[in-house]
Design a protein around this ligand. Sequence first.
Ligand SMILES: Cc1ncc(COP(=O)(O)O)c(C=O)c1O
Length: 464
Amino acid sequence: MNNPLHNEYPADSLEAKDLEYIFHPTTNLKQLAATGPKVHARAKGVYMWDNHGKQYLEGMAGLWCTALGYGEEELVEAAASQMRTLSYSQLFGGKTNEPSVLLAEKLKAMMPFDAGRVFFGLSGSDANDTQMKLMWYYHNAIGRKEKKKIISRLRGYHGVTVASGSLTGLPYFHSHFDLPIANVLHTDAPHYYRGAEAGESEGEYVRRLVKNLEALIVKEGAETIAAMIAEPVMGAGGVVVPPQGYFEAVGEVLSRHGIFLIDDEVICGFGRTGKPFGAETLGMKPTTMSVAKALSSAYLPISGVIIPEFMYEPMAELSGTMGTFAHGFTYSGHPVCAAVALRTLEIFEEREIFAHVARISVPFQQRLKAFGDHPLVGEARGVGLIGAVELVQDKATKRGFAGKQGVGAYCAARAEANGLIVRNLGDSVAFCPPLIISEAEVDELFTKFDKALNETWAWVRSGS
Ligand SMILES: Cc1ncc(COP(=O)(O)O)c(C=O)c1O
């Protein structure tokens, strides 16, 4: 044991054992060794408690996923009852199970495009890997073997596996991991506040981005590009809501060049933006879709890739020639995950959760956007029940802080000290509460954040 924190925690404490045994994902491992971990002990509704009994309002729905909040007995019961009936089954080789079939039927009926089939996985990352492989398999099946490239966007987040991590457009996820792999192209992020030139209107900005996209397509050759992948609202890239008309213009260019659009709804899907899918709020016309996270309200891992029938048919043909369609996971169509997801979708309907989000997002966005007047906030942005404030050093010039100053991290730490969980993405602080949040809880969220922001402002002014 060479970690000094081991001496601060009792040897048999969870903190000490964590520091000894866990390799944390997406964490500053060096810093963790100095600060120690935070132990989540229990949670109910929109609140969570740590192992010291401190209560937090969960302003991030975990990792953008606990749509129905914590401790929902109906979902506990759906899992327990399915485990008693059939604790495992599979979809390989034509086997099937009731929860997976019913879930696929329900998902297909919900889709905002002409959906055909659902392919199940376990995470957003594997869903987007599957998307890439299906694009390749489909185009091979129809004899367009040169159509292999996928366009993604800078600041987009699509996961961390070798393929989905390559689609992700954030440098941290590439450097030293030897990513991206071949056949991945990145185009502009649609962030007007950061990306617009002086005096450029939103409309002009959109036209410039779409022109850049088309130039990339022409340079690479449309015949080599299978699809573009996009989140309706970028999440991990800083909660970027595209300007009006962006997806309509992108869609026009893609369809003119015969390029598909993969809609990554892993965060936006199931009500987050106030409509069932982000595509509907943001004017996207998907060819295929990835869903995960809120699909099961994060009670169990499950993801889905939904594709149109016209893509399925040639792939089915090719699998006949090959002897099998050789892609799938042990847990594709896990009956317990599917049963929980099915019950989640039913609860969304029974409790009219999407209509609730549409209502509650009005005071949520009002409170959020009011932070735009704070001297530390360059931009307060969001839609539905997702948003962020971007902290800047100089409001007039939009000059940010040097990354190393860690102003966003300080603000998130102050929020946590005040009993609020938020997440800093660089110097943008993100909000994405469970969809069930009430108006009083929205008020509590932003009152706590206001305090954290003012403490951060005082810290910045003190020059610490
Ligand atoms: C839009 C989007 N796509 C994909 C993923 C990857 O999902 P997972 O972490 O379940 O692999 C995420 C995760 O945050 C995401 O936000």
